[in-house]
Design a protein around this ligand. Sequence first.
Ligand code: SF4
Length: 380
Amino acid sequence: MLDKKLDYEQGPIRPPSEANSLLLRLTRNCPWNRCLFCPVYKKEKFSRRSLEEIKGDIAVIEKAADKIKKISLSSGFGGDVNRQVAVQVQSQHPDLFQVAFWLYHGGENVFLQDGDSLLLPVDQLVEILELLVGKFSSIKRITTYARSRTLLRRSVDDFSRLKKAGLNRIHVGMESGNDEVLDYMQKGVNFAQQVDAAKRVKAAGLSLSEYIILGLGGERLWREHALDSAKALSEINPDFIRVRTLAVPASSPLNEKVQNDEFKLMSDDDIVREEKLFIENLQGIESFFYSDHILNLLEDVNGRLPEDKQKMLAVIDRYLCLPAEERERFCLGRRTGYYRTMDDMQNESLNSSVERSYKQLQSKGLTVDQYVKKLMLKFI
Ligand code: SF4
């Protein structure tokens, strides 16, 4: 029987790198909510959760963790939350599963939701962080999303206080460094503000993860998008650069502009060329670069900059040097889930599956590009 008291509130999204993290919701939705490309919170209003509500959730999580440990003890696992315990909890106590899943992964990482947690007063954030760290000695990393605009309302001293209290990393959706792209997409910040905000975070010694959306400049501004995004990141020197590829669901305001041809989406090939220009122009930084999003065509463009730059560009060149027909087959195979990387094109059985998909498309009169754009929406 589900114990209602052990329910706690969770928001809809988290970065891919926080898949195993405990999700603690500090605010609901996004206070800005205007970015044209963003479908996430469009129907939901922003609100701050009260300190009492958040503390209540931490108490529920603590209670759930105690209960899970008792289940482990009574099953002879000495209090460890191993796979058997997690499976048992999932089938017998589904309300405890999120916490069991977190503990199974070590109980180390926490992600503060939703889109702009640092909007809460610093004193409140410090209290929440200290409470979390005090309750769960296993915690090693606490991270959150934040908008650059909100970061600009905080001083380096504020960030230092948050770091001391337990915050380790801030994820920022920069999306682009180009002012025209940022303005068109109604991001609400410009190049200079993004750089200023990021530098404050870095000055306090917090880890910083910046996100860029490949394809966000569209056919018209792709070059400016690549060059200015690289310029901004080269000034910031973030700890992590993460890319994801633009996909436009019907629920995002950008869709109307795509439908009336005002914004022209780029093909996969052109986005790969844009990514090449972007990486080539990342200069003088020491950052991890990750393509850790299912929407990206080339998920193996990863590495540590500067030393892996040539290796990353070689992956891109390998793709661009494929004959056009093989590039098309790879795009189809990647988006249909048969291929992960270009090495999978050596696998005859996978190639046969991709070939079957290709023939089906031809019989329906669809191009690979049209089909791939539809498939990508499934991954948002
Ligand atoms: S700031 Fe982030 S969450 Fe808010 S609308 Fe823009 S992209 Fe979406």
